[in-house]
Design a protein around this ligand. Structure first.
Ligand code: ADP
Ligand code: MG
Length: 612
């Protein structure tokens, strides 16, 4: 999992030292213009471009600027590391020569992870786990993937609060006292809040305690006097452990805050929950400021700001029984939706699984007096759903046979995607839609891995828990594929959603994950057109002809070009050449992470408020 926009570049080596980079270049013959990109250890999101020319190594820092662009100091900024290298392959722009030949990583080898990456990933996992009280490793993974960009930004500004070496508001004297008790190792250190409103680093050296003020400049970067500048305090500490950089010696042993272990780090300081379940976003620094405006703007609630998330990710353990007793269920009058089978009602399920002893549910109620055919269909739907467990798929909680047959599911109260988008055009951003569709692709990737075909993927069957959380529903047409089968062949045609179906479904009744991918493309189109009707003026048969003639839906006006490209790929006529969900999810993720790294409207260098 990586939110690093360079991670896909084959010449990006990740966290390798200058010496290792030079060794790599040497092994690759050191011809003029040979280059590689590596991670910068000092700035979060920064790189170093290493180049050889006439037998000499040149290393250029590539900084991530506060407005989200990338540049070598003193030359032109570019929107990403890939664009920067592309440009420098055409123009030397102050370097001794243009980039000519990339020095590639070994095939199949991901970029080397750095101290920061590992630390960041562990923190992310911890964060998600504690914020939503998740235990299931798979659920944690899904939450991390879907929320990584927002969480990283938030975490970067608050992570020091979780570090053992951070002591908060203690005086200079208390700092000295703590360092003077215990081991007398040179470099033993702690960080505390300074009187001046930022931080101070206190370090033991030769039995004396030295104090360094940590300054924060206008763009939010931290530094000790005459030292390098860092995006976050914890990065600075990590760096100073490796290099003294202006200190008497490297930081060594952490003088641990004994109160840390006892504290609950569920929410970072300053993010106490309000009664309505909403927590105000923190103030943050420079580009690390969460790209999330106040929730009144609606669109960009952080996951942990919303009590709804806890339930959405929660995977009720004691509810894995297939049958539910009627006396565990209370049914509301509120109708959530309806269909041929009957209606879906809101209700409450009594459970031992959470503190309240009950959870809100959706109950699909079969019309009474219905013939056994429909009943069989609902039983089959329940059997399929019972085998699925993924954060982005509506979970079935059980089946109840009483006055009618009832399928009990977790509730997604914000309703179907297309309707939600139609009525919330002004508050849902394109970035918000990308996040939702990425979640759908994650759910579909899971389904593909488990060898199920959905056969009715459409915006009407993507339900929202809230504005930032989508779940795939309606498994009424779904099938489990045999272990060796790539597709399901329908015996007869039925009442089919032709506008969402791939050519091979219609011509040969063959359904596979690849045909679901076609439907995913149409669902994306619905989403990016804010709930528009695909092929509006045509009927099903006309659409079939239209597709066979080589036509496709046009790009919705708000739809970003890379997302339209993915839709078009999903509408590749031959299923062999169409992306599967492993690929589609990968593309969605790359694009989603890349736009989260872009500057947000209103982001200006230096305009951010410092945290402390
Ligand atoms: P159908 O097979 O008739 O399309 P669905 O399973 O799609 O049936 O459900 C019909 C409608 O009921 C949905 O469009 C939605 O409005 C509502 N609904 C279904 N499941 C849920 C749920 N888990 N949470 C909230 N609403 C739901
Ligand atoms: Mg439906």
């Amino acid at each position: 999992m990586s939110t690093d926009p360079a991670s896909q570049l084959p010449f990006y080596h990740g966290s390798v030292s200058r010496r290792d980079a030079e060794r790599e270049l040497m092994l690759a013959d050191m011809e003029d213009g040979l280059f590689l990109l590596r991670q910068c250890q000092r700035s979060l999101g920064g790189y170093v471009l290493s180049l050889t020319y006439q037998g000499v190594f040149h290393h250029y820092p590539v900084e991530r600027l506060p407005n989200g662009t990338y540049g070598i100091p003193g030359s032109m900024p570019h929107c990403g590391p890939a664009e920067l290298c592309e440009f420098l392959s055409r123009e030397a722009d102050g370097m001794p020569c243009a980039l000519r030949r990339p020095c590639l990583r070994a095939p199949e080898q991901p970029p080397r992870k750095g101290l920061f990456d590992t630390l960041r990933e562990n923190l992310l996992r911890d964060y998600v786990k504690q914020t939503w009280s998740l235990e299931d490793a798979e659920d944690i993974e899904q939450a991390v993937i879907s929320h990584a960009p927002q969480l990283e930004k938030l975490m970067a500004t608050t992570a020091h609060e979780k570090m053992a070496w951070y002591h908060g508001k203690i005086s200079r004297q208390d700092g000295e006292r703590l360092l003077n008790t215990g081991s007398k190792t040179d470099g033993r250190f702690l960080v505390r809040d300074s009187e001046a409103g930022t931080f101070a680093l206190s370090m033991l050296y030769g039995k004396t305690v030295y104090h360094y003020r940590i300054n924060q400049d206008k763009s939010g970067k931290y530094s000790i006097p005459e030292g390098d500048r860092f995006d976050t305090v914890w990065q600075m500490v990590q760096y100073l452990k490796m290099k003294p950089a202006g200190l008497m010696t490297n930081l060594s042993e952490e003088c641990a805050n004994s109160t840390k272990a006892a504290k609950s780090p569920a929410l970072p300081a300053g993010r106490k929950q309000h009664q309505n379940g909403y927590t105000p976003p923190p103030r943050a620094t420079s580009f690390l400021r969460p790209s999330l405006p106040a929730p009144s703007a609606g669109s960009q609630l952080l996951p942990m700001d919303c009590s709804g998330f806890a339930n959405a990710y929660h995977n009720p353990k004691d509810l894995k029984k297939f049958f539910i007793n009627r006396d565990q269920l209370v049914m509301d009058e509120v109708e959530l939706g309806s269909g041929n089978f009957g209606c879906v009602k809101k209700g409450v399920l009594k459970t031992m699984d959470n503190e309240n002893g009950q959870i809100d549910v959706a109950i699909k109620v079969l019309k009474n007096g219905d013939e056994s055919l429909v009943k069989d269909e609902m039983m089959r739907e329940a059997e399929i759903m019972h085998q699925l467990s993924n954060a982005f798929i509506v979970r079935m909680l059980g089946l109840c046979q009483a006055e009618s047959l009832m399928l009990v599911m977790e509730i997604a109260s914000a309703g179907p995607l297309h309707k939600f988008l139609q009525s919330n055009k002004s508050s849902v951003t394109v970035e918000g839609i990308v996040r939702l569709m990425h979640q759908v692709s994650m759910g579909m990737r899971y389904l593909e891995e488990k060898k199920f075909v959905h056969r009715d993927l459409a915006a009407r069957n993507v339900l929202l828990v809230n504005q930032t959380f989508a779940k795939i529903s309606d498994f009424g047409l779904s099938k489990a594929l045999g272990a060796d089968d790539g597709y399901y062949k329908a015996k007869t045609t039925g009442k089919w959603p032709l506008k969402w179906y791939a050519p091979e479904c219609i011509s040969f009744r063959k359904f596979s994950s690849k045909s679901d991918a076609w439907s995913f493309g149409v669902t994306m189109w619905e989403a990016f057109s804010y709930g528009g009707k695909p092929y509006k003026k045509m009927n099903g048969t006309q659409v079939v002809d239209y597709i066979n003639e080589g036509n496709r839906l046009g790009r919705p006006s708000q739809c970003p070009e890379p997302m339209y490209q993915l839709m078009m790929d999903c509408w590749t006529y031959k299923h062999e050449d169409r992306p599967d969900f492993q690929q589609a999810e990968g593309s969605m993720r790359t694009y989603y992470y890349s736009i989260c790294n872009q500057p947000q409207p209103g982001d200006e260098a230096g305009a951010a408020q410092p945290t402390k």
